[in-house]
Design a protein around this ligand. Structure first.
Ligand code: PAF
Length: 282
């Protein structure tokens, strides 16, 4: 399996293929890969002639230095994991210098307000960092298709907005959330959960499922209050936010209407590990 740490070498490797007009798919990741990432790579292999998985813990999307420091870095294991799927995948695992060329700073974006909701309210500058690195990765790799998981549903909406605003020549493909058997959404952060917190964390998805049931007969406000009450009673998990939002605008719902699609979004602290999840409500 080919692993490149420098964009020049990656591009040299691909120039032959690109000149032949072959289709290239990119799966951007921050590593610590799990089956959810593998499902993105599987889809990319199906749709494209060549697949690049980028592994890069992007410093500009972390508003918290400790979080950046603690983010799991497991390149050797990640490469082996991808190899178990296909030896044909190419890994791009660059240094900060290779991506940012001395200017490790996020650009400032206007995503038509999508960036101000939920994660944007609690992780200052996060989406500027995501937008900056994703745009940069698209420029470096020049993929026709790029794959992102729906666990980061807001991120996916923002990347679609980035592509349409900047007219970037890439199709964005959103992929469903993969869950552990007990319902916990797969995430690189799950490896950091202490056993007692890991045991309790399926409570997040269970609560989302019950919130979905309640949304059939209750208002968004009533459902939100109910979720807050459940977490207030929970001894270990701390709710950061729960929001019922319009799936397109991501604005919180005041009154439901028949023609709109809604989704519930949640962020929870399990000790010092921040977990997010979401669910379609209709
Ligand atoms: O979802 C992630 O892992 C990251 O936010 C991404 C899209 C790879 C950008 O660093």
């Amino acid at each position: 399996m080919k692993v490149f740490s420098e964009k020049e070498a990656l591009n040299k490797h691909f120039s032959v293929y690109k000149n032949k007009g072959l289709k290239l798919g990119l799966v951007p990741t921050m590593g610590a890969l799990h089956k959810g990432h593998l499902s993105l790579a599987k889809l990319a292999l199906k749709d494209n002639d060549l697949v690049v998985v980028s592994i890069f813990v992007n410093p500009t999307q972390f508003d918290n230095k400790e979080d950046l420091k603690k983010y799991p870095r497991t390149l050797d294991a990640d490469v082996k994991f991808l190899q178990s799927l296909s030896n044909e995948i190419v890994v791009y695992a660059p240094s900060v210098e290779d991506v940012y060329e001395g200017k490790t700073k996020a650009e400032s974006f206007d995503f038509d307000g999508l960036e101000n909701e939920m994660e944007g309210r609690f992780r200052h500058g996060h989406f500027d960092g995501v937008g900056t690195v994703v745009k940069r990765l698209f420029e470096i790799v020049e993929p026709q298709n790029a794959y992102f998981g729906e666990k980061d549903f807001q991120q996916l909406a923002i990347i679609r907005k980035l592509v349409s605003k900047y007219r970037l020549p890439v199709n964005i493909i959103g992929c469903p959330i993969l869950r552990e058997q007990d319902g916990l959404a797969m995430s690189s952060r799950n490896t950091r959960l202490k056993p007692t917190y890991r045991k309790e964390s399926p409570f997040i998805y269970k609560t989302l499922q019950r919130a979905k049931e309640k949304f059939g007969t209750k208002s968004a406000n009533q459902v939100t209050q109910w979720v807050k009450d459940q977490f207030a009673k929970h001894p270990l998990l701390k709710l950061e936010y729960f929001t019922v939002a319009n799936s397109e605008t991501l604005k919180p719902v005041v009154r439901k209407t028949k023609n709109n699609k809604y989704r519930a979004f949640i962020a929870v602290y399990a000790d010092d590990v921040r977990l997010i999840d979401n669910i379609a409500l209709n």
